[in-house]
Design a protein around this ligand. Structure first.
Ligand SMILES: CC(C)(COP(=O)(O)OP(=O)(O)OC[C@H]1O[C@@H](n2cnc3c(N)ncnc32)[C@H](O)[C@@H]1OP(=O)(O)O)[C@@H](O)C(=O)NCCC(=O)NCCS
Length: 161
């Protein structure tokens, strides 16, 4: 007899008590992770802060700001132990759906030019590279530029008006 093991994925709003686990993922996924204070600030100003749980364990998080018809994905991060199995794509789709619900026209994000897997994901999800910001990120040898990506988030019917 064979048993079918079905993993359970849940994407839900981040809570302050999640930060211990979010910071653990963040610290292992990034060379320059966000601090507890940055996450606290994002929660307090009302940014869209979400976690993705796999079988009850927080394994990814995303933070997005929404204002004046634009959204900005400020952080999307998957636990290194759970990367490349589709969770980043799932969380990004969720954030883009939320942007649509907020009537956002355009979604922006920044990424390091050396972050090839993230760039591949963004291109695949319909983002286009629209520019760069000089010396945006801290890096071992001083600073690193950021590439700016953008995606139109208008509904199809908005084009027909
Ligand atoms: C970037 C990141 C969010 C992607 O999430 P993920 O769960 O690993 O990615 P997914 O499994 O959903 O894969 C989605 C797509 O990303 C790309 N991708 C993911 N892992 C990749 C890898 N190791 N090499 C190349 N492309 C990769 C592929 O295009 C993939 O699509 P495919 O599976 O159809 O080929 C994740 O790797 C991460 O958290 N990295 C560290 C933090 C970070 O850099 N965040 C982004 C900051 S801008």
């Amino acid at each position: 007899m064979s048993a079918v093991i079905k993993e359970e994925i849940q994407i839900r709003p981040m809570r302050e008590e999640d930060l211990e686990f979010v910071l653990d993922v963040e610290g292992r996924a990034y060379e320059y992770p966000w601090s507890d204070t940055i996450f606290q600030d994002c929660l307090h100003v009302g940014y869209c802060c979400w976690v993705l749980e796999r079988d009850g364990k927080i394994v990814a998080h995303g933070v997005m700001s929404v204002a004046a018809g634009e959204s900005h994905i400020l952080n999307i991060c998957v636990d290194p132990d759970y990367q490349s199995i589709g969770l980043g794509r799932m969380l990004l789709s969720h954030l883009l759906d939320l942007a649509l619900e907020h009537d956002v026209n355009m979604t922006f994000l920044e990424v390091r030019p050396t972050n090839f897997s993230a760039i591949k994901l963004y291109l695949d999800m319909g983002f286009d590279e629209i520019g760069s910001r000089r010396n945006y990120y801290p890096a071992k040898m001083g600073r690193e530029d950021a590439l700016i990506f953008a995606k139109t988030t208008l509904r199809e019917e908005d084009f027909n008006e």
